[in-house]
Write a protein that binds this ligand. Structure first.
Ligand code: SER
Length: 310
């Protein structure tokens, strides 16, 4: 029987992925953890524990007491927040991953760890960014994700740890708030539209970024984790694509439902981060290795979010 520990379960991705894993494996198989005790009320169906991912002894105790077989290590500080506290971000993002990888080696755990389009930089081909290319991340978050990818591959090749990873684009969900990312505008814009508020966008109207609707991100994660071990050939992290749009295009998509919706563009420090990231992603390696295919385009995502939030 699988026993799955999730870190950062209260986060944007964690809230939805934890529910999905509960559905698949059963509530009794899930140990949701987060540093924030207040999110525990969302996890009444399964076990919940407060966990600071820097606390390796506590992580180890939870793993051994619950006979954990898989860890989804989602806790991290994202790109925009990370720039405010660079060294702290490096410590949290790197040390916590190393804690997980060391415990995975010791307890023979299967690991999921998210990487990001933030691993790419100004010398990366911008359109249809390939799996293998120049990577010169400009943010501490991106540097920590790129270093993390190298560590994941290292633990796989050196110690046989079954660690799997996706380079997520910006994730767009309506069930939980995003926190501290450069792609968060595409989450916040829907709430503004539905509340009848004018939206101030922190990126310029023509800034294209790779994005993905949360149900596709959950699907990709589960499919990658369930793929037979020998099909998962990339042990750093897979490019994974779905959507590519600009603030102007998502605004136009929302305007189909709210013709009076207004937007102003007020780029801030996040513009520079966004401008260093790809416009769109070539995910042909994920397609050929484990058959990746997204379900949603921009308008079907918009329709689904507005129907659910209204
Ligand atoms: N959505 C993340 C961010 O903007 C990228 O992985 O930081």
């Amino acid at each position: 029987m699988e026993r799955i520990l999730i870190t950062g379960a209260g986060g944007q991705l964690g809230s939805e992925l934890t529910l999905k894993l509960s559905e698949i494996y059963g509530d009794e198989s899930i140990i949701a953890t987060d540093i924030n005790e207040q999110v525990s009320s969302r996890f009444t169906n399964c076990k919940f524990a407060v966990l600071d991912v820097m606390d390796r002894p506590k992580m180890e105790a939870l793993i051994s007491e619950n006979k954990v077989t898989q860890v989804y290590h989602l806790a991290a500080i994202l790109s925009a927040t990370g720039e405010k506290k660079p060294l702290f971000t490096w410590d949290i993002n790197m040390q916590s991953l190393l804690n997980v990888l060391e415990l995975a080696r010791e307890y023979n755990l299967k690991v999921y760890w998210p990487s990001s389009i933030a691993v790419f930089g100004n010398n990366t081909p911008r359109v249809n960014t390939p799996q293998y290319c120049a990577m010169d991340p400009t943010t501490v978050y991106g540097i920590s994700k790129l270093a993390g990818e190298r560590w994941c591959e290292y633990y796989n090749k050196t110690y046989g740890v079954d660690v799997r990873s996706l380079r997520y684009p910006g994730l767009i969900g309506y069930k939980s708030a995003a926190g501290g990312g450069t792609t968060d505008y595409a989450v916040d814009i829907y709430r503004a539209a539905i509340a009848g508020e004018k939206f101030s966008c922190f990126l310029s109207e023509d800034t294209y970024l790779p994005m993905m609707y949360m149900p596709d991100a959950i699907k990709a994660t589960v499919e990658l984790m369930e793929a037979p071990e020998d099909l998962v050939k990339v042990r750093s992290s897979y490019n994974i694509g779905a959507l590519s749009f600009s603030p102007k295009e998502i605004y136009e998509s929302i305007k189909r439902h709210f013709p009076d919706f207004e937007i102003v563009y007020e780029p801030d420090f996040r513009q520079k981060i966004a401008s260093s990231w790809p416009d769109s992603i070539d995910d042909s390696v994920a397609v050929s290795d484990w058959n990746w295919k997204p379900d949603f385009d921009l308008d079907t995502m918009t329709d689904d979010i507005i129907m659910n939030l209204s």
